[in-house]
Design a protein around this ligand. Structure first.
Ligand SMILES: *Cc1c(COP(=O)(O)O)cnc(C)c1O
Length: 212
């Protein structure tokens, strides 16, 4: 899941390219773990568990709410990483407390897949609410970019939202291409429909006021 547009890599196509050209494929699940896939298992599950990359790495610091990360791959690759990965050499390991939190979070994800499903519901609900406000937006994940274009307008919209209790930061060049300054909305499973409708209204109003 790309962190600024919230779109999803075409994993079957990526893996096919890797096979064709004898390349290893790797995906970063930072914004996919706990978010996409029927039970929140991420990109591989999103594509029906039909293909997998050679290396799947992710973080425990986003949906799982802890700290640290992981890499899944063949034994050979994992042995190689243990011996060569820069971040593994001379670094102190994570604390037991953060690991315990991460471990429990993965268990909660298994026990309560409805949390990921709630989030997926909220994405659809919020996009519909934005469209009803005449605001163009599209995303299959919890990261929803709303393109404003010009930097100053994006900042004005973000400031007005913040003054109304909504944190939707303005993302500008060089994080995104020039002329595509945007609001970056990140949804949670625990947002209520009332909060989402209200936020869509505030965004519509601020955009009508400031967008050039
Ligand atoms: C947050 C993030 C990471 C890694 O996060 P850590 O803070 O190192 O746990 C990796 N990739 C992407 C795309 C991210 O957004």
């Amino acid at each position: 899941v790309f962190s600024m547009d919230g779109d999803i890599v075409d994993l079957p196509a990526l893996v096919a390219l890797g096979k064709k050209y004898h390349l290893l494929t790797m995906i970063d699940e930072a914004h996919a773990t706990g978010v996409i896939g029927k039970t929140g298992h991420g990109t591989v599950e999103h594509f029906g568990n039909t293909v997998r990359p050679d290396i799947l790495m992710g973080t425990l610091s986003k949906a799982l709410g802890a700290e640290g990360g992981y890499a899944c791959a063949s034994k050979v690759i994992i042995e190689y990483l243990k011996n060569k990965a820069r971040s593994f050499i001379f670094a102190t390991s994570q604390t037991p407390a953060t690991l315990a939190a991460a471990l429990r979070a993965t268990e909660v994800l298994e026990e309560e897949p409805q949390r990921a499903q709630m989030l997926q519901h909220n994405v659809k609900f919020f996009l519909n609410a934005l469209h009803a406000e005449g605001v163009e937006a599209y995303s299959p994940t919890a990261i929803i970019p709303i393109i404003i274009g010009d930097e100053k307008s994006a900042l004005q919209v973000a400031d007005e939202l913040l003054a109304n209790g909504v944190l939707a930061p303005a993302i500008r060049y060089p994080t995104v291409a020039k002329g595509t300054a945007r609001l970056r909305v990140a949804l949670m499973a625990t947002h209520t429909e009332a909060e989402l409708s209200q936020t869509a209204k505030l965004i519509g109003t601020a955009i009508r006021k400031y967008k050039k």
